[in-house]
Design a protein around this ligand. Structure first.
Ligand SMILES: Nc1ncnc2c1ncn2[C@@H]1O[C@H](COP(=O)(O)OP(=O)(O)OP(=O)(O)O)[C@@H](O)[C@H]1O
Length: 388
């Protein structure tokens, strides 16, 4: 569906917001681009949408090179985090705008980019017979037909009966759903979401992201989404792409990336802080915290080693590496988990997790052992791309 070949793009001489990016998104796949602020995520979407011309490289949609193809002729939908609904139109008017974007050349867009409802699908690109919203294409639909289509889309996003409501009477989450209905209305061949849930509170995000995933699966929508929140990306994505300074640091399924971060950068981005120098010999690694088990097949030699908090077992001070508890943070969740920051007598600080009822207090003395190698990972081994 989408392919980027060596795309480099920037803002002025020598600046590279994207640096030789190769990326593919398959039909019906949801790919989430993750990365810290400034890593090039939004620029990537803008290049695909045709809103930013690459300096070199190619963007192909359904095998066709998009050089020189204007945004409204690319058939991609783009939804930004601030979703930019039209406040003067009611919910129905906003979603109907998305419907009108089909085959109009996108001229309704407030900024000429199609960013409000998505760069429009153009007619004649052959999308007949597609299951999904049930919204059919064609101009000149009568009022009743438009209303019916709008209702269908609102049902789809979980806002039945909202057609006549004023946009400013909706909650943030409801507005988000309207924006999504509007972006889905033209049946873009590729839907791109830029921090789609960025401004919503955590509880709502967690709920909506699960709904979005179910919706995209049901509609078989092809999605390229950008987020800086790895938890969100892991729920939504079939595949995640982690970016660093305009390059792809790693791509893989959420599980692959979580299990085998390709580099220290990716590991730290995922929130893992126990990363140390180590030397692997056989089934063990020499570390500043002592000898730790590693999984069978771990390549030998000097490396950076990730020790996930799950590998750290608390015990009595005399039974393991003696540490002082520096801080403890209640994380909540089903397991009532607590994150502990430990200061070992030897070696750098160490993060551990445990259940609340077992959690020691700051200042307490504990011992730690590392009984299981499954959460001890040699970095740079087994990732798709290693950024060193
Ligand atoms: N309009 C612009 N003019 C100049 N530089 C820009 C412009 N837009 C982005 N940049 C620069 O390009 C780089 C990539 O920016 P981009 O917005 O793509 O990153 P991002 O990963 O989406 O960041 P965020 O998560 O903060 O939105 C950054 O260094 C940024 O400062």
């Amino acid at each position: 569906m989408l392919r980027l070949d060596g795309v480099t793009a920037g803002f002025g001489a020598g600046h590279r917001a994207l640096d030789g990016v190769d990326l593919e998104v398959a039909d019906h796949e949801t790919v989430c681009v993750l990365g810290p602020s400034g890593s090039g995520k939004s620029t990537l979407l803008r290049v695909v949408a045709g809103l930013h011309e690459p300096d070199s490289g190619r963007v192909l949609l359904s095998g066709r090179d998009q050089s020189g193809v204007p945004p409204h002729r690319r058939g991609v939908g783009l939804m930004f985090q601030d979703h930019q609904l039209f406040p003067q139109r009611d919910v129905g008017g906003n979603v109907a705008f998305g419907l009108r974007m089909r085959g109009t050349g996108g001229s309704d867009s407030t900024d000429g980019t199609g960013s409000t409802g998505g760069a429009a699908r153009t007619s004649g690109t052959g999308r007949t017979g597609r299951s999904g919203t049930g919204v059919r294409r064609g101009r000149g639909a009568g009022r009743r037909e438009v209303d019916a289509r709008v209702d269908e889309l609102l049902d789809l996003v979980g806002l039945p009966g909202a057609r006549g409501r004023a946009v400013n009477s909706l909650s943030g989450g409801e507005q988000q759903r309207v924006a999504l209905a509007r972006a889905l209305a033209p049946q873009p061949r590729l839907l791109m979401l830029d921090e789609p849930l960025g401004q919503l509170d955590r509880g709502l995000r967690e709920r909506l992201v699960v709904e979005l995933r179910a919706l995209f699966r049901r509609l078989r929508t092809t999605v390229l989404a950008v987020t800086h929140d790895q938890a969100e990306a892991f729920v939504l994505a079939d595949r995640v792409v982690v970016m660093k300074e305009g390059r792809i640091a790693q791509a893989g399924t959420p599980l692959e990336v979580w299990l085998r971060p390709a580099s220290e950068f990716v590991a730290r981005f995922l929130g893992f802080d126990n990363v140390v120098d180590a030397t692997v010999h056989g089934a063990a690694a020499e570390t500043p915290w002592g000898k730790l088990p590693v999984e069978d097949g771990t390549p030998e030699g000097r490396c950076r080693l990730l020790v996930r908090p799950g590998a750290v077992r608390l015990t009595e001070p005399e039974d393991g590496l003696p540490c002082t508890v520096e801080a403890r943070t209640f994380r909540g969740g089903d397991a009532a988990a607590v994150t502990l920051l430990l200061s070992p007598d030897n070696g750098p600080r160490l993060e551990a997790t445990c259940a609340l009822r077992e959690a020691p207090e700051p200042g307490d003395r504990v011992g730690v052992t590392f009984p299981d190698g499954r959460d001890v990972v040699r970095l740079g081994a087994g990732g798709v791309t290693d950024d060193g």
